[in-house]
Design a protein around this ligand. Structure first.
Ligand code: GLU
Length: 422
C-alpha cells in the first residue's frame, strides 16, 4: 500500500532543498523544521438533541521570530495534527515572502461542519476559541478564516475572546464582518491576489490575460473569486469544479452565472448546474486538472495534483490558489515537463496580506476604503512576486524554491539578529 500522504514531510523536503540551494548550514535553519508550540484540545459540544460530542482541535504556532503568529482555522473531517503543522509552517513562509511582520500559525478542528446545525457550529467555535484562548491574542497569534470557516465564524471567535477578557478586542482575529472591524476587500483578497500574481507571471512571459485559457479547481472563496476576476480581466475560463465535480465549455463558461449559481443557495452543486444558454459538459474533478488549458488554478485542498495527475496535466502554467495542492513527486514531474508553477506561499498570500491590513486598521482604530486596500494589496503582492522571480532567475531554480529561498533568508536573518534565548 502506498505510504499515506503527510503534508509536513512535503514541507520538510522543500525546506531542505531551498536551504541547500542557499548554502545554509543546518544550524541556521534547523529550528524551522519544528513548530515552536503545538496545542491539542478536546472540544465538547452539546448537540441539539441533548447528546454531547467531543471534537479534536489544534492550534500550532510554527514561528514567531518575525512577529506574532498568523494563520487561519479550518473545520474539516480529515484535518489532523500533521496537516495543521504543515499549514502553520507554510504560513511562516508565506508571511515572510509577502514581507509582512508575522510568523506562522494554523488551527483546525476535525469536524464536517455540514453535519452541524448553526447553533452547534457556534457552540463548537466558542468552546474551541475558549480552549485556545491562552495562546492567541493580537500580539501573540491571530487566527483568520480557512477551509469551511468564514466571517460569521470569525465574529464568534472575536466575541468569545473579548468576553473572556472583558472588553472588545477586534485585533485578535481577521476576516471578520465589516461591522465589527473587518476590512473592506478582505473577503475577495485571496482570489484577487491570485489574479494579480497571474498577471505578473504573464507579464514576465510576454503574454496577456485575454489570450489565456484557464481551469479552476474549487469554487470556494479562493477559486470562485479568482475565476470571476480573471474572467473580468479577459481570460477564457474553460473549466471549473467543486466537490461534486466539474463543468467544461470549450469556448468559455459564463463565469458570472456559474459564480452566482454556486452562491445562490447553500448546497447548490455544480453537478446540477444547467446554463441558461447553450450547453456545458459535466466532467470529473480529475478531468478539470488535466483539461486542455494554458493555465491551471488548483484552489481546493492539499494533495490534488499527485504524480499520476501531473503526468497528464496539459497546462503550461499553474498558479496554486490552495495551500499545498501539489505533492513533491508531482512537482518534479511538472518541472521536467517545463510547467511554470507559482507556489501557494506566494500565489495565495493575498488573503493574509489583507488580514495584515485589517489588523493594522484594528490596532490603530482606522478604516481604509476598498480601493486603497486593493491598491496596497497589488503593490505588496507584486513586489513579492518580483522578489521570488528574481531569486529564481539568479539561482536558476523553480519559483517554488525561489519563494522558499526568499522566505528562509528573511526568517534566518531575523533569527540571527535576535539570537537564541537564553
Ligand atoms: N487561511 C488563509 C491562508 O491560508 C488566510 C490566513 C490569514 O489571513 O491569516 O493564507
Amino acid at each position: 500500500m502506498a505510504k499515506a500522504y503527510n503534508p509536513y514531510e512535503n514541507m520538510l523536503a522543500v525546506l531542505e532543498n531551498a536551504a541547500k540551494m542557499l548554502g545554509l548550514e543546518e544550524k541556521q535553519y534547523v529550528m524551522l523544521k519544528y513548530p515552536e508550540r503545538e496545542l491539542k484540545v478536546s472540544v465538547p459540544v452539546e448537540m441539539d438533541d441533548g447528546s454531547v460530542k467531543v471534537f479534536e482541535g489544534y492550534r500550532v504556532q510554527h514561528s514567531s521570530v518575525r512577529g506574532p503568529c498568523k494563520g487561519g482555522i479550518r473545520f474539516h473531517q480529515n484535518t489532523d495534527i500533521n496537516e495543521v503543522k504543515a499549514l502553520a509552517a507554510w504560513m511562516s513562509f508565506k508571511c515572510a515572502v509577502a514581507n509582512i511582520p508575522y510568523g506562522g500559525g494554523k488551527g483546525g478542528v476535525c469536524v464536517d461542519p455540514s453535519t452541524l446545525s448553526k447553533n452547534e457550529l457556534r457552540r463548537l467555535t466558542r468552546r474551541y476559541t475558549a480552549m485556545i484562548a491562552p495562546i492567541i491574542g493580537p500580539e501573540k497569534d491571530i487566527p483568520a478564516p480557512d477551509v469551511n470557516t468564514n466571517g460569521e465564524i470569525m465574529g464568534w471567535v472575536m466575541d468569545t475572546y473579548s468576553m473572556l477578557k472583558g472588553y472588545s478586542i477586534p485585533g485578535v482575529v481577521t476576516g471578520k464582518p465589516l461591522e465589527i472591524g473587518g476590512s473592506l476587500g478582505r473577503p475577495e483578497a485571496t482570489g484577487r491576489g491570485v489574479m494579480f500574481v497571474t498577471r505578473e507571471l504573464l507579464k514576465r512571459l510576454g503574454k496577456e490575460i485575454k489570450d489565456v485559457t484557464i481551469a479552476v479547481q474549487g469554487m470556494g472563496n479562493v477559486g470562485g473569486v479568482a475565476a470571476r476576476l480573471l474572467h473580468e480581466q479577459g481570460a477564457v475560463i474553460k473549466a471549473v469544479s467543486d466537490v461534486s465535480g466539474g463543468i467544461y465549455k470549450a469556448d468559455g463558461l459564463d463565469i458570472n452565472e456559474v459564480y452566482a449559481y454556486t452562491r445562490a443557495k447553500r448546497g447548490n452543486l455544480l453537478k446540477d448546474y444547467k446554463p441558461s444558454k447553450g450547453e456545458v459538459k459535466h466532467i470529473t474533478n480529475e478531468e478539470v486538472l488535466t483539461c486542455d488549458v494554458d493555465l491551471l488554478v488548483p484552489a481546493a485542498l492539499e494533495n490534488a495534483i499527485t504524480a499520476d495527475i501531473a503526468k497528464n496535466v496539459k497546462a503550461k502554467y499553474i498558479v496554486e490558489g490552495a495551500n499545498g495542492p501539489t505533492t513533491v513527486d508531482a512537482d518534479a514531474i511538472l518541472e521536467k515537463k517545463g510547467v511554470t508553477l507559482v507556489p501557494d506561499i506566494l500565489a495565495n498570500s493575498g488573503g493574509v496580506i489583507v488580514s495584515y491590513f485589517e489588523w493594522v486598521q484594528n490596532i490603530q482604530s482606522l478604516s481604509w476604503n476598498e480601493d486603497e486596500v486593493n491598491k496596497m494589496l497589488d503593490k505588496q503582492i507584486s513586489k513579492a512576486f518580483a522578489d521570488v522571480w528574481d531569486i529564481s532567475k539568479e539561482k536558476k531554480s523553480t519559483l517554488r524554491l525561489g519563494a522558499y529561498m526568499t522566505a528562509i533568508q528573511r526568517i534566518v536573518r531575523a533569527h540571527e539578529i535576535r539570537g537564541i534565548f537564553p
